[in-house]
Ligand binder design. Structure first.
Ligand code: G3P
Ligand code: MG
Length: 249
């Protein structure tokens, strides 16, 4: 089974970087997160037509000309001019980042990363192979790395190809058979929408020896009691607020 200690505890993870202060899922955004003291980020991974893994939340993007393009049908060349910062008027141009470049940057910054592998139609084995290649070439340290997905098939492919890398299953509402899934997929963690967590569920998950991360909480007060019951970490658009509240408690 997977080692249960992270080299750097993932107690506050900036969701897609620090979207309250910088464009989400961008190199500049991850730098900004680091500048203000965030040590972990969650980000979304998907594949282009040639299977290049890129960091982007959505399966499709809008080109400047107004045309909508599916990432799964596009190449890096076709997306070369896209500006991922166009919802931040004062922010410089941000390219669609390749996973490899993001891993390099986060490694340099000494950060931890939770790679959320999106299920946008690519074969699970291909997703796992491409992610493993990016991890290997970047030499990203395993002690600061989590793989997560809503897709059991994707996690299963990761389990087969890179069994030693920590896996977390994502839930909106927690399913009844979470214990079976945790066993089958040899999970390190469950990642649950905070609104579906209560004391009984939190205690049961901790009792089962799993880490529990919640997403996406944006007010420290919303999850204050979860910490008391054993929550291990939070994904948030406002890591700065949670850092302040931890420093003050
Ligand atoms: O990883 C947790 C969270 O990011 C899942 O939802 O849509 O923000 O990727 P989403
Ligand atoms: Mg995500």
């Amino acid at each position: 089974s997977v080692d249960s200690t992270l080299e750097l505890p993932a107690s506050i993870m900036g969701h897609r970087g620090i979207p309250s202060l910088a464009p989400e899922n961008t190199l500049g955004g991850f730098r900004k997160a680091s500048e203000i003291g965030t040590t972990w980020v969650e980000l979304d991974v998907t594949l282009l037509a040639d299977n290049t893994p890129v960091v982007c939340h959505d399966p499709a993007l809008l080109l400047e000309c107004g045309q909508k393009v599916m990432l799964a049908h596009s190449t890096l060349d076709q997306l070369a001019h896209i500006n991922m910062a166009d919802d931040h008027p004062d922010w410089p141009h941000e390219p669609l980042p390749q996973l490899y470049d993001v891993l390099q940057l986060l490694k340099e910054l000494g950060m931890g990363v939770n790679l959320e592998l999106k299920d946008y139609g690519a074969e699970p084995d291909i997703i796992a192979t491409q992610v493993e290649a990016a991890l290997k070439t970047s030499g990203f340290p395993q002690g600061r790395l989590l793989l997560s997905s809503f897709s059991e098939a994707i996690l299963q492919a990761c389990q087969k190809l890179m069994p030693g890398i920590r896996r977390g299953l994502l839930f909106d509402d927690l399913s009844l058979d979470w214990q079976d899934k945790a066993r089958q997929l040899e999970l390190f963690s469950l990642h649950v929408d905070w609104r579906y967590l209560n004391q009984a569920r939190t205690l049961a998950i901790k009792e089962a020896g799993l880490k529990l991360y919640c997403w996406t909480a944006n007010s420290p007060a919303d999850i204050a009691s979860l910490w008391h019951w054993g929550l291990d970490g939070v994904m948030t658009d406002h890591p700065q607020l949670f850092m302040e509240s931890q420093a003050g408690s």
